[in-house]
Design a protein around this ligand. Structure first.
Ligand code: DGT
Ligand code: MG
Length: 622
């Protein structure tokens, strides 16, 4: 579905309010015309400019007057009579009526503005919620392939753009159109010939606006793309500031930013140029028209076909028409912007995650027997990452996965919670193909500690008991204790209520990992996936993390991507991966006994030794 009808449908949800706004707008337009009419009366009747003309029999309610004017005349006459019967003189009554029209115009324009803008705000709330829901349910592939900056700008500024268009700009558009129609009627009823001349000249003014608008629309789309690119660079810088510093890449990044910034600048300058020439051009055209009008009007007044007040009223009506016409450019641009934004937001909303739950997916019973990979192959793009992997993991087993970097270890374990789906073969969970199970029941049974620790900018408490508003205190402390995290948590200024900061900037690498382990212990899932990362830890915190991990693995079925000799030795079985294939499997001593990848890795000191962990007493329930 195209963005426009779709936005209209979203708008339609609020049609009650929209109808109210429309009614208010009609009243505003009528009040505006009434004001113009009364302006003529103020000049001609209250101030007396028309007295001479009326005495000589010209102007006023002649037989040839158009319907609109006759209605206004009748209404005016009644109002005047009423005022006179109450003893209010004309010079008070007419300005009072003018004031009434003015108040009515403003009260109703408040109502329409408020109602329509309210719809705009509500629409984007709906849209943002929908987009965020979709975003949350996207596949891991989507996240790894999208740029954060781009997604952020879609969720924030693009959605904002739609709000402006469907609130503010739409109010101006509809109000402008309504008022324009009534104003046209008004000027035609007042002096059809004069109005016709002006009307015929209008296209001369309108055509350049239309072409300008089209060019503006194109420039705006280009500008959106450029700002997205800028955002992407910016968010990379914010996330990667440490790398940038240590590689002394400030100049490089500055240049990259400079290029993108200049790109954006060029597009903007084009927009600015188009915009800048718009107003002066229009004003000059309008000035020419106005001068001609004065010349013509002078002869009309001379011939007593028009009164001075009416001329002023006519002029004021023309001026008022200028605004909605002029606004067409701005509104059109805003709508173009909103449409291109809507396209980008809907792209996100419509994106279907490649990981789908079957409609008849079944709930998995608690894990009882075995997980099996049957001829599993996997690829991200063209390059195979896993080829024909066959393996079975029994309940309670600890399986270590080792292999050179890029062998496919992380990819292998990512398939189990269906972060990715295998490209061939299948994975079963107690004999059930995981694609036939509900995602929830599958993922609930899996605890995951990733290679790069992820913590949320929240309290220690909510990081451990992720997603629970009031976690039981003993369970929380027990998890922290088993993860060897309690000693540092207790030293934090506010203990469990301390905030960890964005990217957990207030914690050390080892502390972060122990928090992540505490989270997994807290979740208490029967199956555990550990992607061990040891690089950033010193020996002491590594020993702590190692012990915490051992506590975590106790009594669970564990798949551990291991770099630590102690873990590998303790594993029931070691699976060795090399270049996408499962090449060896066995225990540490079995594998060492034969020449192969494992033997080579061991000889190359691929594994880290952790003395403290080795010599530590077997961690019982502390
Ligand atoms: P590690 O963590 O360095 O010890 O290596 P592994 O064994 O965990 O490797 P893995 O599974 O992360 O990557 C295997 C291959 O797949 C490697 O050539 C990089 C590639 N790869 C990993 N993640 C992605 C991804 O998100 N998109 C694409 N296109 N390729 C990926
Ligand atoms: Mg990995």
């Amino acid at each position: 579905m195209k963005p426009f009808p779709r936005l209209l449908r979203a708008f339609g949800r609020y049609r009650g309010r929209a109808f109210l706004a429309l009614l208010a707008m009609v009243v505003v337009s009528i009040s505006t015309v009434a004001m113009l009419f009364l302006l003529a009366k103020v000049i001609d009747d209250a101030l007396g400019a028309g007295a001479a003309a009326r005495l000589s029999g010209f102007g006023g309610a002649g037989a040839g007057r158009a319907t609109l004017l006759r209605w206004l005349d009748a209404f005016y006459a009644t109002a005047r009579l009423t005022a006179e019967s109450h003893g209010i003189p004309v010079r008070f009554a007419v300005p009072l009526l003018l004031l009434l029209a003015l108040v009515s115009k403003n009260v109703f324009s408040y109502i329409s503005e408020f109602e329509l803008n309210g719809i705009g705000v509500a629409m984007v709330r709906d849209l943002r919620r929908e987009a965020y829901d979709r975003l949350l349910r996207q596949s891991t592939r989507f996240y790894s392939e999208s740029s954060t900056g781009d997604l952020m700008s879609r969720m924030l500024s693009d959605v904002e753009q739609i709000q402006t268009a469907f609130g503010h700009q739409l109010t101006d558009l509809v109000q402008g159109a309504l008022t324009l129609i009534l104003l046209l009627l008004y000027v035609f009823s007042m002096n059809a010939r004069l109005a016709l001349i002006i009307f015929l000249l209008a296209p001369v003014i309108l055509l350049p606006i239309v072409s300008n608008t089209r060019r503006l629309g194109k420039a705006a789309t280009a500008a959106r793309e450029r700002i997205g690119h800028l955002g992407a660079i910016l968010s990379e810088t914010l996330r990667g500031h440490r790398v940038i510093k240590t590689y002394a890449m400030e100049d490089f990044e500055a240049r990259r930013f400079e290029e993108a910034n200049n790109d954006y600048f060029r597009v903007n300058r084009k927009t600015v140029r188009i915009q800048a020439r718009n107003a002066p051009f229009m004003e000059i055209l309008a000035g020419i028209g106005l001068s001609a009008l004065f010349v013509y009007a002078a002869s009309e007044i001379h011939a007593h076909r028009m009164e001075v007040g009416e001329l002023f009223s006519f002029l004021a009506a023309l001026m008022m028409m200028y605004k909605p016409v002029k606004d067409v450019t701005r509104i059109n641009m805003a709508i173009q912007l909103a449409l291109s934004s809507a396209r980008r937001v809907f792209e996100l909303v419509d994106r279907v995650s490649e990981i789908q739950e079957k409609p008849d997916a079944r709930h998995l019973a608690p894990f009882s027997d075995a997980i099996a990979y049957e001829n599993v192959s996997f690829r991200y793009e063209d390059q195979p990452v896993l080829l024909d992997v066959d393996l079975t993991i029994r309940r309670g087993e600890t399986v270590a996965i080792v292999g050179p970097s890029g062998a496919g270890k992380t990819s292998l374990v990512n398939l189990l919670p269906r972060l990715y789906d295998a490209t061939a073969g299948r994975i079963t969970f107690d004999g059930v193909d995981i694609k036939d199970a509900t995602l929830r029941s599958l993922r609930d049974q899996i605890g995951l500690v990733t290679q790069d620790t992820v913590l949320f900018d929240a309290s220690v408490r909510s990081n451990i008991a992720y997603g629970q508003s009031s976690p039981p205190e003993e369970k929380l402390r027990a998890a922290a204790h088993a993860a060897y995290a309690d000693e540092f948590i207790d030293r934090l200024p506010e203990g469990y209520d301390s905030f960890v900061g964005e990217n957990a900037g207030r914690l050390s690498g080892g502390q972060k990992q122990r928090l992540a382990i505490a989270r997994a212990i807290y979740k208490d899932a029967p199956i555990l996936i550990l992607d061990e990362a040891t690089s950033q830890l010193d020996t002491e915190s590594e020993a702590l993390v190692a012990r915490a991990l051992m506590n975590l693995m106790k009594g669970r079925t564990t798949l551990v991507i291991a770099h630590r000799l102690s873990t590998v030795r303790r594993a029931d079985r070691i699976l060795v991966f090399d270049r996408a294939r499962l090449v060896e499997s066995g225990t540490h001593s079995e594998l060492l006994a034969r020449p192969g990848v494992y033997h080579r890795l061991h000889a190359m000191q691929y594994f880290t030794e952790t003395e403290a962990a080795e010599s530590a007493p077997v961690p019982g329930p502390r």
